[in-house]
Design a binder for this molecule. Structure first.
Ligand SMILES: C=CC1=C(C)c2cc3[nH]c(cc4nc(cc5[nH]c(cc1n2)c(C)c5CCC(=O)O)C(CCC(=O)O)=C4C)c(C)c3C=C
Ligand SMILES: [Fe+2]
Ligand SMILES: [Fe+2]
Length: 342
């Protein structure tokens, strides 16, 4: 007897805003070799010897500013997506986080307890990255092989170029754009440049003009290309001129070279260049989280105003908007149906 289910996977947050809980979360997150891709000894030296001495206290303060009575925004929003999706589909829907709780293992366990044998696992990231999609799939496969060897898992691939997603994002942005703005900034989570080279099976991406060219075989694993592709498709739908649009990369960590231009440096300087009214959106995230609610809405706003900007307008993520839940449903159903084909 076969039974299907859906597991929605997001990044995860600390259990609470206490410094020990934030340290535990950062330890698991940053010791993932798909995130900090140094050899174990050097990774441990950097993460456990340096970063975990100071960052947990700083991050805990940041988390306090976004935490709600129900918990971390990222987890609360993922739960809301789960509940809304559950009303639309007739198979069980659970959630799992790549780091901390509820874990991917706990999510699969819940599905198995409901009799599920075939799971559609949805990594909630529009663009592919080694530090997101790839680590989720690797972790889920590790858990499946060790704990649930008889379960089948079918993975939803990055959906950055799916028309239903682009339509949904464009409409969501259109509704939230202020009447007057000098520029619309697309701020994506950054990754170290090395990650892009490392995951390019074709060795052709030059992290430059290549990412904006059409039909390069490297694009399937090029996070930078996929960010530009989302931006170009959305602005085409919105009918916005390219001159009014910027793409930047946020949230860098450590001393490696991350993709440029950096969001914070851009925000500090554009006011003086005449951009007084700014709208900003963060399409690497489907749900609002620390990186959007604190780093962009609060810190980003200060940086913009400090640099001479006047009106800063943050455009929230898709979160649990009904049109986005419909996209999630369609993408899940496509994969659920694939089980019949194998
Ligand atoms: C959306 C895609 C993401 C990519 C790509 C990504 C890469 C990446 N992140 C770090 C380091 C940190 N990220 C942190 C928070 C965080 N990152 C993402 C998403 C991506 N990360 C989200 C959704 C969040 C928010 C989590 C939440 O609880 O709200 C943090 C923790 C917070 C902090 O201390 O600043 C770190 C650290 C690296 C190193 C990396 C790629 C190599
Ligand atoms: Fe590229
Ligand atoms: Fe991150």
């Amino acid at each position: 007897m076969y039974m299907k289910g859906i597991l929605l996977v997001n990044l995860g947050s600390p259990r609470s805003t206490s410094v020990p809980d934030v340290r535990e979360y950062l330890d698991e997150f940053l010791m993932d070799e798909k995130v900090i891709d140094y050899r174990w000894f050097f990774r441990a030296l950097l993460v456990q010897g340096i970063i975990l001495n100071t960052r947990p206290a700083k991050s805990a303060e940041a988390y306090k500013t976004v935490w709600t009575d129900e918990g971390s925004p990222l987890i609360v929003i993922t739960q809301k997506i789960q509940k809304k999706l559950q009303k639309l589909v007739d198979v069980p829907v659970e959630i799992g986080m790549r780091y901390a709780q509820p874990s991917i293992e706990a999510g699969i366990q819940k599905l198995v307890e409901q009799g599920v044998t075939e799971i559609v696992l949805f990594p909630l990231y529009p663009q592919y990255a080694m530090s997101t999609t790839e680590t989720v799939i690797e972790k889920a496969e590790e858990v499946r092989k060790k704990k649930f060897p008889r379960i089948k898992i079918n993975y939803i691939q990055p959906f950055y170029n799916r028309e239903i997603y682009i339509d949904c994002l464009a409409e969501s942005i259109r509704e939230k754009l202020p009447e007057n703005f000098d520029a619309l900034q697309f701020s994506y989570h950054g990754v170290p440049e090395r990650h892009i080279y490392k995951t390019d099976p074709t060795n052709t991406c030059n992290l430059n003009d290549c990412c904006s060219r059409e039909n390069n075989p490297s694009h399937q694993f090029c996070y930078r290309h996929q960010c530009f592709d989302v931006t170009n498709s959305v602005i085409k739908k919105l009918g916005l001129p390219k001159e009014k649009v910027m793409v930047t990369f946020q949230s860098r960590l450590g001393k490696d070279k991350w993709m440029e231009p950096y969001t914070d440096e851009t925000l500090e300087t554009i006011g003086k260049k005449g951009i007084k009214n700014l709208a900003i959106v963060c399409p690497a995230f489907v749900s609002d989280c620390l990186e959007t609610l604190e780093e962009i809405s609060v810190e980003g706003k200060h940086q913009f105003e400090h640099g001479g900007g006047e009106n800063f307008h943050y455009i929230p993520c898709l979160n649990d908007e009904d049109r986005w839940i419909d996209v999630v449903k369609t993408l899940c159903e496509e994969k659920l149906n694939e089980f019949y084909l194998v």
